[in-house]
Design a protein around this ligand. Structure first.
Ligand code: BTN
Length: 243
């Protein structure tokens, strides 16, 4: 897959620029990367702090089968982040310090190292999908109340350009698996890199807070939460808090 990489020293938000390009009719496979952002956006209207030296990239897709592509995408990107971080951090022995957290956060030693913002739009016959990815490579942003980590805690972290190229190659690889074989192998790869089944967790919604334990992923990518009363419920959205 041939990507057009566009690099900027500083941008407000790579996703804002990528969405503007999508709306203006830009074809598939544009990657916009900035070496620092001044108004990075996170999920649920939060801000994404980017002090520079970290990865801030947004990818434009125009999928042929948007429904299957979008459903698998959070898991494709999470597995790709895990694989890329692992590649640059070959730990000698022992368990991996990385873990994916539903649906698409990457944790390092239990603290957030990367996050993903997926946005969609455009006409029904030619929809666009913009995937914005932020990964702390060399700097841990100062955000009160957040437990964050950077790859440089473990290794001599690569430049954002090198990490971004490697990540995009992984995303291409896992999207191809999804196109060829469907969601099942992506789901299996995600489960093998995630919090183990049985882990206690809490799901925080707008006004709700439910505790239980992780019981897997269903065929739609919904998190299965086992409740203390023995019931298991699918979770579509919410922040996951691990113990
Ligand atoms: C999250 O809240 O976990 C998602 C964070 C996504 C941040 C990235 S950085 C590149 C892209 N541009 C943005 O403004 N946001 C995303």
């Amino acid at each position: 897959m041939s990507w057009r990489f566009e690099y900027h020293e500083t941008l407000g938000s790579t996703s804002d620029l990528c969405k503007a390009r999508a709306e203006a009719g830009e074809p598939d496979h544009l990657a916009i990367q900035a070496f620092s952002q001044t108004s990075g956006r996170g999920t649920r209207g939060r801000t994404w702090t980017d002090p520079g030296g970290n990865l801030a990239i947004s990818l434009l897709f125009r999928p042929a089968d948007p429904t299957a592509f979008i459903a698998a995408l959070p898991f494709v990107v999470a597995v790709s982040l895990f694989e890329t971080a692992t590649h640059f951090c070959p730990t000698a022995t022992g368990p991996s310090p990385f873990m994916v957290k539903w649906p698409n956060d990457l944790l390092l030693d239990g603290r957030k190292m990367a996050g993903v913002l997926i946005e969609t739009g455009g006409p029904q016959d030619n929809p666009w999908v913009v995937v914005g990815i932020g990964a702390n490579l060399r700097q841990v942003p100062e955000v009160p109340g957040r437990r964050l980590a950077a790859l440089s805690e473990k290794t001599d972290a690569p430049s954002a350009e090198v990490f971004g190229k490697a990540l995009v190659a992984q995303i291409d690889r896992w999207n191809a698996v999804q196109e060829r074989e469907g969601f099942a192998p992506v789901r299996a790869a995600w489960l093998a890199r995630a919090h183990p089944v049985g882990s206690p967790l809490a799901v925080q919604g707008c006004e709700t807070y439910i505790t239980g334990s992780f019981s897997g992923l269903d065929a739609q990518g919904r998190l299965l939460l086992a409740l203390p009363n023995g019931e298991t419920i699918p979770v579509v959205t919410g922040d996951i808090l691990l113990d």
